[in-house]
Ligand binder design. Structure first.
Ligand code: SAH
Ligand code: SF4
Ligand code: F3S
Length: 476
């Protein structure tokens, strides 16, 4: 899970550069892979697919790039600083390559897709460049690189969902896992590079999703997070597994099917899009106890004019209507957001509208960013990035301060209550304490006891909180 922190961090920065390790496979080729991931949860899920493909090819993985034969970096392009971080890391791998010229360095993911062959010109040490839809080609690309030639495949696909590949769960806790339910994005928000790096939207076959959830549950997992850039537009058309009749499955129906795997398996999902989230989805969440009462519903801006420039295709009023529906249909549901400060031409009044929207919703959490122009996007082509850096920074810090207040307030509402949590493991700070999340996705920390182990659901009485964590003790 990404850590919910209150800085200008998100999907890419909050979980940057984690190395991933898997167990030794049966059929080894003696080669070791090191893979490091940046970006959103989907990129982390993709690294698990990559590891699975190379495991089949005989690779083992290592957590130390200095002993690897192949080093992969799965990259993110969402903002300029995300790309800068990758380049810095590559220069460290460059030093290793000078020491060990046989080392193969591969760039995967969104930066590979955005820059294509240019990447190899810009970064001489890179041997392999592979886009998000071409991972099946990795064994062949690697053998090409071993023969001394540079290898690239950045073809995007309209069909690839890696549905048949069972991801190797990397460095996980054995309790929570991601399941990708779709790939790509068709939305074309004007600031966003994702449609260019991930291609067209496509939904994965629900039977393979259900099989993956069932398999995880049988292996002791207790929580799955269904992933897509816009889960509410999930739509699969195909033949019914039993009768062969043509059927259509939407996101609400998929949620329900996954919830029915077991009442003991918690379901989360991300990301919801305000234009597509339906009451049917909300009623499905309300109907099943094991679908968590937590929705990540990024607003981006509180101003209808800015939203239009962003091509988000909803207005402030539409967003408020969706929030009202969430609060009506799922009382107590936690809501989080993504917010961009200082988008092209944003006025001071429009920034105030974002702040007033935050007060209207009372977000439990928000990822906040200052606008970063991305080459090739509609905003880069048609609009001027005209808000001075210091104004963006000031607006961002006002957003951050407001969010900090709301996060604290929302957590304070839990103090004095008993909440059910899924124990994930020891807390980051102490191995005397366990941590886990409640239904609303808040992190709860409490003293560990011998009779409790990770993977169990327990009731915790909340005694106090910080702006990021609830602290308590086991309830009788
Ligand atoms: N599919 C998700 C978002 C994925 S990207 C959605 O539609 O909500 C995650 C977040 O990064 C976005 O919600 C947005 O807030 C932020 N982001 C994307 N492009 C950005 C840019 N060019 N500058 C600043 N923030 C950006
Ligand atoms: Fe980007 Fe918009 Fe698609 Fe989200 S919905 S990935 S912000 S284009
Ligand atoms: Fe980054 Fe690509 Fe995800 S740009 S946020 S890794 S889809």
């Amino acid at each position: 899970m990404i850590d919910l922190q209150l800085t200008e961090k998100t999907h890419d920065e909050a979980r940057q550069g984690e190395a991933l390790v898997i167990d030794a496979p049966e059929q080894r080729n003696g080669k070791k892979l090191y893979i490091e991931s940046y970006g959103c949860q989907m990129n982390f899920a993709d690294s698990e697919i990559v590891a699975s493909i190379l495991k089949e090819d005989g690779f083992t993985t290592t957590g130390d790039y200095k002993e690897a034969d192949v080093v992969f970096i799965n990259t993110c392009s969402i903002r300029e600083n995300a790309e800068q971080r990758v380049r810095n890391r590559l220069s460290q791998f460059g030093a290793e390559k000078r020491r060990n010229p046989k080392l193969i360095v591969g760039v995967l993911g969104c930066m590979a897709e955005r820059l294509k062959a240019k990447f190899m010109e810009e970064e001489k040490l890179v041997d392999v460049v592979v886009g998000p839809d071409a991972y099946r080609d990795l064994p062949q690309l690697l053998s090409q690189a071993e023969d001394g030639s540079k290898a690239i495949n950045v073809l995007l696909s309209r069909e690839e969902t890696y549905a048949d590949i069972s991801p190797v769960r990397l460095n996980g806790n054995g309790i929570t896992a991601f399941i990708s339910i779709m790939r790509g994005c068709d939305n074309m928000c004007s600031f966003c590079v994702v449609p260019f790096t991930r291609g067209r939207e496509r939904s994965r076959d629900p039977y393979s999703i259900l099989a993956e959830a069932q398999d995880l549950y049988e292996r002791g997992y207790k929580e799955v997070t269904l992933l897509g850039q816009n889960v509410d537009s999930y739509k699969w058309k195909g033949a019914d597994a039993e009768e062969g009749a043509p059927i259509e499955v939407n996101f609400a129906q998929l949620l329900e099917k996954v919830a029915l795997v077991s009442p003991e398996l918690r379901i989360r999902f991300s990301t919801s899009h305000p234009k597509d989230i339906t009451d049917e989805v909300l009623y499905t969440i309300a109907k099943y106890d094991n679908i968590c009462n937590y929705i990540h519903l990024p607003v981006q801006s509180g101003s209808s004019r800015v939203l239009e420039l962003m091509n988000r295709t909803y207005t402030r009023e539409w967003y408020i209507n969706r929030i009202d529906a969430v609060k009506r249909i799922i009382p107590g549901c936690a809501i989080s957001s993504d917010i961009i400060a200082g988008f092209c031409t944003e006025t001071e009044e429009e920034h105030q509208e974002t702040l007033s929207m935050m007060d209207y919703v009372g977000y439990d959490f928000a990822f906040t960013f200052s606008y970063s122009e991305r080459p090739g996007t509609m905003a880069a082509r048609k609009l001027t990035d005209d808000i001075p850096e210091e104004v963006k920074k000031r607006r961002l810090s006002e957003i951050l301060v407001k969010q900090q207040e709301w996060s604290l307030r929302r957590l304070q509402q839990q103090v004095g209550k008993t909440v059910r949590i899924l124990v994930e493991g020891f807390s980051k700070k102490s191995d005397q304490d366990y941590c886990g999340r409640n239904d609303q996705n808040a992190m709860v920390v409490f003293p560990a006891t011998k009779n409790i182990s990770p993977g169990q659901y327990v009731n915790v009485y909340i005694e106090r909180c910080t702006s990021a964590t609830l602290l308590g003790r086991l309830a009788e």
